[in-house]
Ligand binder design. Structure first.
Ligand code: HPA
Length: 234
């Protein structure tokens, strides 16, 4: 047990999928895994371990934003020795050629700050995805027929951003999409020598104002879970 995770030693798999929403973790575990056991419910942050095609997997909520994700990923790595960590989540599209439902694979993520900024001081550390995971996820996404973009994203600190100029600069510099967690996941994976990737679905678009209808969210989320699982075990 850690401060925020109630799992006993050995109850968390080496491969961990991290949706922001704990109820998405429950849904994904019940839909895609067998022999599922709930291994955490501290503060309502649900985590489940089960089997996928002969492989042991944990699906655990990260919460919203980098400070929340940082707590769980630190404990998953340092106390439970998680080795492969894949964020599965939604993002807001920032380019005209990025459409609703498209899959984004984040090579790297820009930020204003992360919980790791204190370490880097004036250095702008460029956190990046694990290449083997990125390559395998790209192949899996193409196999599924998903319109897929690979490139830089932006991990924001603020959902209700009062600074439209910042989003404009991100768009101008080719950033594909905005979310709120990937950069810190990549920082922590780099620091501890682990593999990390963010597989995202575009749920809304900052320029067009379009949003994924709620009835489509489950299907898009399911595709992401399968892409992440195929990448982790390829
Ligand atoms: N901003 C930040 N995070 C998000 C968004 C957004 O527009 N959409 C999905 N996650």
């Amino acid at each position: 047990m850690t401060i925020h995770i109630g799992a006993k030693p050995g109850e968390i798999a080496e491969t961990v999928l991290l949706p922001g929403d704990p109820y998405r973790a429950k849904w994904a575990a019940e839909t895609f895994l067998t022999d599922v056991k709930m291994i955490n419910e501290v503060r309502g942050m649900l985590g489940f371990t089960g089997m996928w095609q002969g492989n042991r997997v944990t699906i655990h909520g990260s919460g919203m934003g980098m400070p929340s994700l940082s707590i769980y990923v630190n404990e998953l790595i340092r106390d439970y020795d998680a080795k492969t960590l894949i964020r599965i989540g939604s993002c807001g599209g920032m380019q005209a050629n990025v459409g609703i439902r498209d899959v984004i694979l984040a090579m790297t993520s820009s930020t204003l700050s992360t919980p790791s900024s204190g370490i880097f001081k004036e250095l702008n550390f460029a956190p990046c995805a694990d290449w083997s995971l990125l390559e395998a996820a790209h192949k899996a996404a193409i196999r599924k027929g998903a319109t897929t973009h690979v490139g830089g994203i932006y991990s924001a600190d603020v959902f209700y951003d009062e600074r439209p100029d910042l989003n404009e600069q991100m768009t101008r510099h080719g950033i594909l999409a905005v979310e709120m967690e990937a950069a810190e996941l990549y920082n922590l994976a780099a620091r501890h020598g682990r593999r990390a990737l963010a597989v995202l679905t575009v749920s809304d678009h900052l320029q067009t104002g379009e949003a994924l209808p709620s009835e489509d969210r489950e299907k898009s989320f399911g595709d992401m879970v399968e892409i992440a699982l195929e990448a982790a075990f390829s």
